[in-house]
Design a protein around this ligand. Structure first.
Ligand SMILES: COc1ccc2c(ccc[n+]2C(=O)c2ccc(S(N)(=O)=O)cc2)c1
Ligand SMILES: [Zn+2]
Length: 258
């Protein structure tokens, strides 16, 4: 099979051939249906502590644009539904070719124009790859933020300004060391959905504690357009790099809010 992608001939409907877990019972993303979620008063606030990285790249890997530090630097995530500390690994985006589509998770069937994923790995593992393969839903913790079009996002501007430099697949650029990742996050990480799921791209491993925030982040129309200028390995616009929702099966979606 052609390397996986989001086109007709290599998109989500094909992924099960190389990754049979695609038809598993703990797949992501899902449609977050407010009438079916359950408030959990035991869910604590989340704490993300991000230290500026001295050596990080912003890259186009053919299926997303991704902020990737060269090594860990003590940036970590704790609290919420997490029993242990998780180390920051990378963040990346999924988006559409117009404002009516683009996010992976949906809320009562509604898609947002984009979704930002902050990927973290369970620090009881020796490495990220070990965490992916550790079995069970506690290997990774991914924070999902919906993006909607509105005011310019000053915290994301250093990243969206780099997009023209990584327009082509396989290109990368160094991120200025004064980039403040912490500024992207809302001041308090409250009001989120959480459930056990998977990577939303191959290998689709069912190793993820998903934490999806109810409140979208805003980006300007110009920042959204920057994403839509990114090209994939086939030379086509990368927009549409989102997996459709998967069956919930017998999973529960908990919320930190009523
Ligand atoms: C062979 O082992 C791996 C392991 C992980 C791989 C990967 C290829 C792409 C992405 N990943 C990822 O780490 C990955 C994939 C999807 C996501 S997502 N969109 O946040 O669910 C996060 C992280 C290969
Ligand atoms: Zn993702």
């Amino acid at each position: 099979m052609a390397p996986w992608g989001y086109e007709k001939d290599n998109g989500p409907a094909h992924w099960h051939k190389d990754c049979p877990i695609a038809n598993g019972k703990n797949q992501s993303p899902i449609d977050l249906i407010n009438g079916e979620v359950k408030y959990d008063s035991g869910l604590k606030p989340l704490t993300a502590k991000y230290v500026p990285f001295s050596d990080a790249k912003f890259l186009n890997n053919g299926h997303s644009v991704q902020f990737q530090p060269s090594a860990g630097n003590g940036s970590e995530l704790t609290g919420g539904p997490l029993a242990v500390k998780y180390n920051f690994e990378q963040f990346h985006f999924h988006w559409g070719n117009n404002d009516t589509e683009g996010s992976e998770h949906r809320v009562d069937g509604k898609m947002y124009p984009a979704e930002l994923h902050f990927v973290h790995w369970n620090s009881t593992n020796p490495s990220f790859k070990d965490a992916v393969g550790s079995g069970g839903p506690n290997g990774l913790a991914v924070l999902g933020f919906f993006l909607k079009v509105g005011a310019e996002n000053a915290a994301l501007k250093p990243i969206t300004d780099l997009i023209p430099k990584v327009k082509d697949a396989g290109t990368s650029v160094t991120v200025p060391s004064n980039f403040d990742m912490q500024a992207i996050l809302p001041a308090t990480l409250t009001d989120y959905y959480t459930y056990d799921g998977s990577l939303t791209t191959p290998p689709l491993a069912e190793c993820v504690k998903w934490i999806v925030f109810k409140q979208p982040l805003e980006v300007s129309a110009a920042q959204m357009e920057a994403f839509r200028s990114v090209i994939n390995r086939d030379g086509k616009p990368m927009g549409g790099n989102y997996r459709p929702p998967c069956p919930l099966h017998d999973r529960a979606v908990k919320t930190s809010f009523k």
